[in-house]
Design a protein around this ligand. Sequence first.
Ligand code: COA
Length: 260
Amino acid sequence: MADALISIMDDAAVRTVTVNRPDKLNALNRATLEALDTAFSAAAADPAVRVVVLTGAGPRAFVAGADIAEMNGLSAVQGRDFSLLGQRLMRRIERMPKPVIGKINGFALGGGLELAMACHLRVASETAKVGQPEINLGLMPGFGGSQRLLRLCGRAAALELCLLGTPITAARAAQLGIVTEVVPAAELDARVQALASQLASAAPLALRGILDAIHIGGECPLGEGLEYESVQFGLMFATEDMREGTSAFLARRPPVFQNR
Ligand code: COA
């Protein structure tokens, strides 16, 4: 347990990090952002952790945004620092060397959607609502929302969500590509657990190569991305897990990957 603001639970190779302010719909204040940053840094470094699930405590919210009460008292310089703190966390999650699944169990608004978008897979409950409502506060997204939404679902939807600030349903979010999957609320835990188990038994070095290649490819010209992919692909041939995966296929048996 890193902090009362978040909780951390391990189940075999799957670590679940839960934002734990249900009475404030898990709003992100500075202390919570710091606690999450520390938790993800630790999860990245721990070889026993192969997958991270990120969610919010309670039945109502994933995260209902940056903490409005805390923001209300900030100066311009403090506002910028708050943005940089949030952006640092989102970047850390996005660049994790192992998969992160966002389990969107309710409202994912403002900083909550920004947090969800930093995850590699996003599974939402049918009852979830997502949006960038900062405009209603005289504000704009500050934890990367304007940039990640644009890259995730294009200019039209990014403009619609940020300019109007109206939350959308999980089903519409899936149509736009903002969430990867929508399931009935009662099935959310089981679905995320199944995905996490699948990823936990996959070859960690190959997962890392995929995360790196897709992330880097999203930020550079195609030619450079292809170069990077072929270098990563070549490196896989130096891993025991690649020998194991291909040998297991040829021997018609399930592979057992060792992270080597
Ligand atoms: N920051 C700080 N506190 C928040 C919060 C946020 N982003 N979102 C919710 N809360 C708090 C409320 O102030 C309330 O606290 P209180 O009981 O001490 O008064 C508690 O969480 C419950 O929220 P409430 O607004 O009473 O619930 P609701 O069911 O009426 O409405 C929402 C739910 C999500 C629609 C509403 O809370 C909301 O619009 N939140 C802000 C969303 C937002 O603008 N996020 C972007 C921030 S940049």
